[in-house]
Design a protein around this ligand. Structure first.
Ligand SMILES: [Zn+2]
Length: 227
């Protein structure tokens, strides 16, 4: 997903002038997403509508699982989830992605309205193959941030302007955001979506992911408890 971004433009590494310029360009200069497909999606977490969304330029795409009516709803419950093949599909316990995904779908499935926005930005935006290379480095003793840096990437290369544009497209101006990541909150607000509440999204901590989560807390500022 973030392949169009240069490594230097990574969110956490973005320079102050770059952020200022992005603000100056305003909503008109941001991605203009459009819905290209819509279908019913019954799941074990409840009935959703699945939307396929593209930016029309062949750069960005996303999937939305929609619950109830969010257009005009007062701050629906929203999760913006970055794809993690190893966690989401293979149930890897190196990270907390699958646990967060299930927790979010359970909560949104019980809410009157809400949505999960699924972004193909694997490995905090570095792509699947690079994420696997980072895992190899972590097996040799590097932490998740050091490994990404060793490969020439920022600690976190994700960008949330496209999801902010999708939320605006769906008529969502304010959200209760399921997230432990204050940077995500900051970027969404910069993208014109008000975060009226950050709802913690923390599944039980596993021994196999404890060190990884400690690094996310210490180096990436994630709000995590019980580590
Ligand atoms: Zn993961």
């Amino acid at each position: 997903m973030a392949k169009h971004m240069s490594k230097k433009k990574a969110s956490r590494g973005a320079s102050r002038p770059a952020r200022k310029a992005a603000r100056k360009r305003g909503p008109a200069a941001r991605a203009l997403p459009k819905i290209v497909a819509q279908a019913a999606l019954p799941s074990r977490f409840g009935r959703f509508t699945i939307l396929g969304i593209e930016d029309g330029k062949g750069k960005d795409e996303a999937v939305v699982l929609l619950r109830g009516k969010v257009d005009g709803a007062a701050a629906p419950l929203v999760r913006i989830h970055s794809q993690c093949l190893t966690g989401d599909v293979f149930c890897s316990e190196r990270c907390d992605c699958r646990g967060q995904l299930e927790l979010a779908l359970e909560k949104i499935g019980r809410a009157p309205s809400g949505l999960l926005l699924y972004l193909p930005q694997e490995g905090r935006g570095i792509g699947l193959m690079n994420k696997l290379k980072a895992y190899q480095l972590q097996d040799q003793g590097r932490d998740t941030v050091e490994a990404n840096n060793d490969l020439g990437f920022a600690a976190d290369s994700r960008n949330y302007q496209f999801p902010a544009a999708i939320l605006r497209l769906l008529g969502v101006r304010a959200v209760r955001l399921l997230s432990n990541n204050p940077e995500k909150v900051r970027q969404l607000e910069e993208g014109g979506v008000r975060v009226i509440e950050r709802v913690p999204c923390q599944p039980p901590v596993l021994d196999s992911s404890r060190a990884y989560l400690r690094t996310k807390k210490a180096k990436l500022g994630h709000v995590l408890s019980g580590l």
